[in-house]
Ligand binder design. Structure first.
Ligand code: FAD
Length: 417
């Protein structure tokens, strides 16, 4: 992966340009798109606003629908050393003293057998590094950091993007501009969609603890070191799963809260987390205290009804198009799916970009809508209180693990036609 010597080279509208792709954003969706397009024979230039791809962020769950695609792209082997293979998703009551188990969906080998690819958990930074080193193996991908895409114009023969290189503005011409610039996307606004994300009223808290430390002992007692465990409670749930090849445990709590400035490592008064979890089992409250420094970020979503494409050659993918709440744990996976399907469809009809983009959007919309629906269902179930929580517990208790897994076949077993 050479760095771009002339980061925004101004190739004339030509044969060359018809094989050029410009991507705004080197996050999970943008890097996946870079690799997917390069494998289809396109020359890809990725522009990333941040000066450095930092180690910020927390854990990410990668379900089999995503790991299957990473395998097809030749990235999975690079991801695996930093990942853990959870043996189950376990739902527990956060408010019962014993943190009673409510349901269990088997993962591990059962996931691979059932859905044909592994279910992994890992740190976001490790996934991003694996994608970067895979991109580095492609001579046709250049990545320029400290380079924000700040404007674009669509012409009959393609798109011209303006790149801000630390105050110096340069232009890049391409067949397609992909806005993979995340929940606070600026390409979304440029593409004519109402630009702003929406604050959900909820914030995510995160902390990472060592798996060997005192704070993790409680999770060990629950056999939670090797699984994804969700502790459910009205208005506030807590999730724990291993990251860094099992060397650390990622903790995420979702509570109500106020909006925060853009970013992934803000700080909020711990009193709010304590209040939201005051009815949690004493052991969980102890875990929250012992976990050390918690950071927080505001959960923003993007209205998926907005257009995701401009026929002349612009597509929004991942969070830029449809940032969602984390209840189905599919944010990264949907970005990966978007990227791979976009590359496949554009490669099928590169001389009719409008047709390819229309086909891509038509294919992705129902899938994203179904995932959003599942996330909303999980939110209601996980934060239920009173009689609704009782019904939830009865329903979950009456379903076998096999049945709970089968309910996810459409999601994890997904394969593009
Ligand atoms: C640093 C960071 C930490 C995160 N931490 C968490 C977390 O802890 N938990 C969680 O659930 N989700 C987190 N996320 C979001 C999660 O990674 C995404 O929901 C998911 O992976 C979808 O990825 P995406 O590629 O669509 O967007 P993102 O991963 O957000 O990537 C978008 C990229 O575009 C870049 N960018 C923005 N504007 C421009 C522009 N105009 N030109 C060029 N580049 C631009 C951004 O700097 C960023 O690198 C984090 C994202 C980032 C960037």
């Amino acid at each position: 992966m050479p760095t771009d010597p002339n980061p925004a080279s101004n190739a004339p509208l030509s044969e060359t340009r018809s094989r050029q792709i410009v991507i705004a954003g080197a996050g999970i969706a943008g890097l996946t798109a870079a690799i997917a397009f390069a494998r289809q024979g396109f020359a890809v230039r990725v522009y990333e606003k941040a000066a450095k791809l930092e180690e910020i962020g927390a854990g990410i769950q990668l379900s089999p629908n995503a790991t299957r695609l990473l395998d097809e792209l030749g990235v999975l082997d690079t991801v695996l050393p930093a990942a853990s293979f959870p043996q189950a998703v376990v739902l527990r009551s956060a408010t019962s003293r014993t943190m009673r188990e409510l349901a269990r969906v088997p993962l591990g080998e059962a996931a691979e057998r059932r859905w044909g690819a592994p279910y992994l958990v890992l740190h976001r930074a490790d996934l991003q590094s694996a994608l970067l080193s895979s991109a580095a193996r492609h001579a046709d991908i250049t990545i320029t950091t400290a380079a924000g895409v700040r404007d674009m114009a669509v012409h009959p023969l393609g798109v011209t993007s303006s790149i801000d290189l630390g105050g110096r503005v340069s232009e890049a011409k391409s067949l397609l501009l992909i806005g993979a610039d995340g929940v606070w996307s600026s390409i979304r606004g440029l593409a004519g969609a109402a630009g702003k994300s929406r604050f959900s009223g909820k914030i995510a808290w995160r902390a990472t603890i060592r798996s060997e430390g005192a704070a993790a002992a409680l999770l060990g007692e629950l056999d939670a070191h090797g699984s994804v465990t969700a502790f459910l409670a009205p208005d506030a749930h807590l999730i724990a799963y291993p990251v860094r090849s099992g060397g650390a445990i990622n903790l995420v709590a979702i509570t109500r809260g106020a909006d925060q400035p853009q970013g992934w490592a803000g700080s909020t008064d711990m009193a709010l987390l304590r209040k939201a979890t005051r009815r949690h089992a004493p052991a969980l409250r102890q875990l929250i205290e012992q976990a050390g420094a918690w950071t927080s970020f505001a959960l923003h979503t993007v209205d998926p009804a907005m257009p995701w494409t401009i026929p002349g050659g612009v597509a929004l993918i991942g969070d830029a198009a449809h940032a969602m709440m984390p209840y189905a744990a599919q944010g990264a996976a949907m970005g990966i799916e978007d990227a791979c399907r976009l590359a496949a469809l554009v490669a099928a009809t590169p001389d009719r970009i409008g047709v390819a983009l229309e086909a891509w959007e038509a294919e992705r919309r129902p899938r994203i809508a179904r995932v959003l629906k599942r996330g909303a269902l999980n939110e209601r179930a996980w934060h239920a209180r009173g009689p609704v929580a009782l019904v939830r517990n009865l329903v979950l208790g009456s379903r076998s693990s096999e049945r709970l897994a089968a309910d996810l076949d459409w999601l994890y077993g997904w394969k593009a036609d």
